[in-house]
Each structure stands twice: as C-alpha cells, then as structure tokens.
Design a protein. Sequence first.
Length: 662
Amino acid sequence: MLDWLTGRRRRRRNTDAMWLGPRSKAMRNTERELWHFRVRMFAAGLFVLGCFGLLLARFVWLQVIQHDTYHARAEQNRIAVVPVTANRGLIKDRNGVVIARNYAGYTIEINPRQVSNVNALIDEIAEVIEVQPRDRRRFKKLQEELRGADSIPIRTRLSDEEVARFSAHKFRFPAVELKARLFRDYPLGEVGAHMIGYIGRVSQADKERIAKWPDADDYLGTEYIGKIGLEQSYEKELHGTTGVEEVEITAGGRAVRTLDRTPPIPGNNLILSIDIKLQEVVEKAFGDRRGALIAIEPKTGDVLAFVSKPTFDPNLFVDGIDPKSWDELNNDPDKPLLNRALRGTYPIGSTYKPFLALAALESGKRRPEQTIMDTGVFMFGNHKFRDSNKVPLGVVDLHKSIVKSSDVYYYKLADDMGVDLIHDQMKPWGFGQITGIDLDGEQMGILPSTAWKQKRLKQRWYPGETISIGIGQGYNSFTLLQLAHATANLANHGVVMKPHLVKLVEEAQGGGRRPTVPSESYRIPVKDEHLQAVVNAMVDVNISGTGRVPFQGVPYKVAGKTGTAQVIAIKQNEKYDESRIDERHRDHSLFIAFAPADDPKIAIALLVENGGFGSRAAAPIARQAFDYYLLGKAPSAPPRRDDGDDPAPARPPLVAQVGARP
C-alpha cells in the first residue's frame, strides 16, 4: 500500500513536471537575467559614484589644499615680472669731461625663430626704412653668435622719422619689434679707446661667467656688458642694480598696465685720473706712427694719459661690429686693436741706464766719481761689443755715462754686477712685475735671472749674456707701463704709488666719492745722495746730452733719458744703416722723463715703434705733452734731428751664444 502511494506521487510529479517544465525553466532564466542586470546596475552605480568621488576629491585637492599654489600660477599667467635694466654709469675725466655716456634711442629687432625666410623679411623692412649692407652683415654675425636669441637687431639708432614710418607699417611684421633702449656712446671716438674699452652684447660665455657671480640676479634682462678696458674692469660698478615691474598682460602677452614697480639703481660713475685733453694732444702728436705713451703723476699714481697708437673707434663694437669692419681692424698690419701700453713688451734700450746706475750706487759696485775709459769697444773674451756713439767718449764717470749714454760703461757695469744682482736691484722698481693697474690683461714682461732662464728655457746662464742686459737689451723685455711706473717711482724718491686710471668712484645714490688708491704701496730704500746724482745727470741729458735738441728753450727743468732698442739683430762686423732696413725692422725710439725735475708733477715713458733715435721720434712727443700739461699749450714739434743720440748698439744674432762656455 505504501509503495503504491509513493509511486503514485512520483508519477504525479512526473506528470506535473511534464506539463510545467518549459514554463518553470523560462521563469528561472528570467530571474537569473534580472539578478545579473541588478548586479551590473549596482556595479555601474558604484563606478559612477567612484568617479564622482574622484572628481570631488580632485576638486577639494585643487580648490582647498592647492589653492595658494594655483592661485599664484593664475596670477603669473595674468601678471608678468619684467626686469628693468639700470642706467649704466658715466665715465668722466679728472676735469669732468664725459668720455662714455648713455642716450635713449630705438632699434628694430627680429625674432629669427618666428621667421622662415629672414632675408626676405629684411628685404621687406628695407622697403620701409633704410637697411645698409653693413646692417645685414652685422645681423648675420650676431645671428651666428647669439643662437637661440629671442631678438636680434637689424637696425639701431633710428631717427624720429624712421620710427614713425615703421610704426605705421608695424602690422606687416608680426615677428619684428620696435624697441626703445639706452645706447652707450663714446663722444670722443678714437681718443683713449684702449683705455676706456667698450660694451657689447652678452655672449654665451658671458652668461656662463655671470652665473658664477654672487650678484648674478642683477644681470637678469641685461643685454650688454663691458668687453675690454675700464668698461670691463669696472663692470660691477658701472652696471647698477636691476629693478622689476609687475605688469598685467593679456592672453596674447600684451601689457595692459603696470601693477607695481621697484625702480633700478643706476650704476656708479667713474672719475678718471686721465686728463683727456692731454690724451688728445699726445695722440695727435703721434700722428700715423705706432707706439705708446703713459704719463703718471708721481705723488699719487694718477695716470694722466694712457695712449696706444694706432687706435680704433669703440662705437663700432657697441651694437656688434660687422664682419667687414672687423676684418679691416683685425688684419691691419699696424694692429690697432693691440693695447701696446698694457700688453706690448719691448727691450727698453738706454732708458734702463739711470736705474742700473742707481743700482750700482746702492749695491756699492760704483761710486759717482769712479771712472772707466770708453774706447768705443768692450771686449768680452773674443767677442767685441761696440758702443753706439760714433766716437770713443774717453774718461767716463757715472754722470757722463748717463748724459752721453756710454754703452761701454754699462757693458762693464753689468759684467761686474752679474745678472742676479741686477735682477734683485731692479725688481723693487717694478721691472718684470705686474703693477696692478686697474685694467685686465697686463703683461708681466721679463726681468731675467739665472733662475728665470733655468725655469723657462731649461738652460744655464752664460756670463756673456749679462753684457747686453746692461744696456736694456738681451732678454730684457718690459711693458711701457712698467717703464712709466719705474720712472714715476724714481721721480717720487722711491715712494711707490700703484698706478691707476680711475681716481674716484662716484656713488649713484648720495653722490659720495671713494678713492681707488688711498695710500702708498711701499718705499724703495735708496739714499738721497745716490738718487740726486742720477737725477742731476738726467737733467743734463736734456741740456747738453742726447735729449738737448727737443728741449731747447724750455722754461722748466726736465730730467730725462733717451733710448733706442734693436728690433732685429745684425752681424757683429756689420754697421746699422737705417735706410737699407725695412721700416718695420728699424730700431724703436724711447724716452723717459719727469718735470719739473725739482718737484715732479708728471712723469712720462713713451715708445715709437721703428722710430729710430730716441731724441728724433720719441722726445719731441714728450716735449708737447710737457708743454701742454705744465704750460697749457700744444707747441709745434721742435727739430727732430740730433747727431748725438744713442742708436742701439750692434749685437750678435743670438745673444745667448755670446761668451765662452766652460
């Protein structure tokens, strides 16, 4: 019975399933799909909610946590901080004459990165204003030097008419800007160019150098910097402090209004020790000749004139010199870019003799009354050293050796002293030493000694090499600055003042003035009687000696010494004949002097390259300088012929080989 009921129920379920199966299956599939749909909707909701959460978190991050940062960035997009370059300081001479100044002007500048065809653009600009070939050459040179620059000038110093004309056509040139800026100007042109120097565009090398300076921030926005001369040496004094402007700008970068301004502080002015009128007198006196002159006030070290001839116009370099003008200057055989007063080194000939005479007295190697017999020849071993005088001078003491410029006296003196004693006695006067003048690039020259030759040439010193040292030849090689400095020290009785071109620095704020050399450097121990013996002889040089003709009739007393230095060696038995020698191989003409001799106001050293006898070329220029500075006049050149001068003596081609080797 039980089994029957169970089977019946099973059969009923099977019958129901047979009739309800398709319907139940469909219901279950629908429920499953609904469940999957709900899951997907829930996941999508969570995703959307998560996205909104992220957006909300980002919003809170930007608007709350990073509010100050992004507010500052927004302000930077609206406000530009623009550096304002300071006015460069002026350069004036000791009497207030302006030598370097600034003036406002306009330039037209091209942004090469915004132009596909620069030459075509320049042609279009030339239709509006004049563009000369020189401007094109300069632009091309600057384009090569200033790669990546935002703007390069194609025209500078525009007239008012040109500014107005270009402004009317500005819409045609979106990559071209009309800029107002200050220009550096040297109103005296070539006068004093080597001393003053010039400014030029900041190069990549300049940027790297400036980046190391503690005040590098002051050079933000600076486009020009001192390149040589005082403009370079006193760059930080002249430059000033850069200011800033906060300017509101549009999306296109156009300034709308100035929001805030910190004004720049102008650079300090330089008051030079130079008398620029004296500088002009001397440069005119040189004419077309090559050479240099330095005049110093002995008691202060003030440099009164600093001449190097030939010279050049520094205005050519301010806006970038064009290649043609550069090639003309750089390839000129007269080397107008060479600062002969600072960087040229020369044998100084007989101008060395007063200093050697003083060294002999101080070292005890000679007494003023001690004499030698000048036969016109000094024999060292089997080598003959000739005197430059045409006839033997006979009995010669120290006084006569300077007045008549006896080479034989100084040949023998040098042999008696030896090169090392000469070195030690000459060093305090400044020979072969850096003077420390306020210009970069000073050369040291050569004051020879046995140690110097061993170190420099890896050779021993031979006694025969000392002979020519006594007359300023041989290995002797000094700058004219060193010779002028030594002459000023002699005039100042051994009190050494550092030579300087800038006397005072005038503060831009307040107008206060700072001296550059407030006190003496040191004193050379020298006896008054020895010094006076040499000075008396130097006075007689211009009365009865080798400098008598140029200084005939002067109303002041001059202590001086002429000199002539060989440029090339000649054979031992060959006589010097100037007419048969190429002009550039002729002897140099030198002269040193100070006046008035009893109370020196000015000391001078000068050299005329290939000028021959000292009294013929150099001394007349010194006469004009003295007459102007002491008397206020520029006389005509006195007679230039003097049969009694001391031409450079003949010497063998290689002085280092003179004398027997042990």
